[in-house]
Design a binder for this molecule. Structure first.
Ligand SMILES: [Zn+2]
Length: 200
């Protein structure tokens, strides 16, 4: 860098590329060039952000379409016999459609998940609880100890992937009272009969 006079150096402007005289660390020939360059950089950053967002949206949309296809090929929610021992594709793992791909560990955990689905009935309230538990009988006695009304076990479906619970909650959302409690209806009654039919 040529020093012309104390404190003045020959520089090339980062923005317009013109030579100028300035301080040692000066990079712009003028305030105007600095402002234009900052604007340009901001514009670039915004464009990159926009591009990244669009790519993420496209990926989410593609995933959504794949998931729709997977759902179409899955056993009917109302056919419990098909769900015993069945593992839904890991793509249905809620983390999949988030902002990150599930790692191997997550997928493996999803594939290993097994539990029991239970339907507990509060006869006097005509409401049933659809839930999952490793030990459904223990769950029943625990619920009984805090419930003001009598509770009975209507059905237990063993060897079930926890995904099935959420799918059933969704299926019966129109008769959902609160939490995991659903108003007893013919459709739920029929599901209970089917569960007992395939575990008898
Ligand atoms: Zn300039």
């Amino acid at each position: 860098m040529n020093k012309i006079s104390p404190g003045a150096y020959r520089r090339i402007c980062w923005h317009c590329g013109e030579p100028f005289l300035g301080r040692k660390n000066a990079v712009y020939c003028s305030k105007k060039c600095r402002e234009s360059d900052v604007k340009l950089r901001l514009k670039e950053i915004r464009a990159t952000t926009r591009k990244k967002r669009a790519a993420r949206q496209a990926k989410l949309q593609a995933d959504r379409e794949d998931i729709e296809e997977i759902l179409l090929g899955m056993p009917s929610i109302l056919d419990p016999s098909k769900w015993i021992g069945y593992t839904p594709p890991p793509m249905l793992c809620s983390a999949w459609s988030g902002n990150y791909l599930p790692d191997e560990w997550r997928v493996e955990r999803w594939l290993r998940k097994k539990t029991n689905l239970y339907v507990i009935f509060a006869r006097s309230a005509a409401r049933a609880k659809i839930g999952i538990s490793i030990e459904p009988d223990k769950r029943l006695s625990k619920l009984k100890s805090t419930s003001p009304v009598d509770l009975e076990m209507l059905a237990v479906l063993p060897d079930i992937h926890p995904y099935y619970e959420g799918a059933l909650h969704k299926e019966f959302s129109d008769v959902r009272h609160h939490g995991e409690w659903f108003d007893m209806c013919p459709k739920l009654q029929s599901l209970v009969e089917k569960i007992n039919g395939c575990t008898a």
